[in-house]
Design a protein around this ligand. Structure first.
Ligand code: HEC
Length: 121
């Protein structure tokens, strides 16, 4: 399952003409669209279209990041402090100074929605 998502992420990353619903085949509900826009502007360069991963960062739609293992605070900490590489081989994540804690709340809602679409909860 992990490799499958990663494979799709790499495909999506190679083709920038992919619509945003390339992986989750339903439109993003209105309540998650602010999170989607903020994610795309600040996180997708590494975490990929629909958080499916790229060759700069891991998929967040992955069992490793299910709410029980990486709670919402892990997202706040990642954005505020950056992340030392420990789960993957992509290197460290820098802190993201362009987002506020409120922005990260919206991003988390969007990523949790993506995770639920993939059966991760
Ligand atoms: C420059 C690339 C890059 C950007 C931009 C980036 N990340 Fe990351 N992120 C990474 C990498 C690489 C890791 C994996 C580190 C590891 O565990 O090996 C990671 C890990 C994470 C984790 C897991 C943290 C943990 O506790 O293990 C979360 C959550 C996360 N990123 C959220 C975000 C969010 C939200 C944004 C946008 C605000 C973002 N990232 C932007 C590269 C990036």
């Amino acid at each position: 399952m992990g490799m499958w998502l990663l494979g799709l992420g790499l495909l999506a990353a190679c083709d920038s003409s992919q619509p945003t619903q390339a992986i989750v085949g339903v439109p993003v509900p209105t309540e998650f669209q602010v999170g989607e826009t903020t994610f795309n502007a600040n996180c997708a360069a590494c975490h990929g279209n629909q958080a499916a991963g790229t060759d700069h960062g891991p998929p967040l739609v992955h069992k490793v990041y299910e709410p029980n293992h990486h709670g919402d605070q892990a997202f706040q900490r990642a954005a505020a402090n950056g992340v030392q590489a420990h789960h993957w081989q992509f290197g460290n994540m820098p802190k993201i100074e362009t987002v506020t804690p409120g922005d990260v709340d919206q991003i988390v809602k969007y990523v949790r929605w993506l995770q639920r679409q993939a059966g991760i909860q």
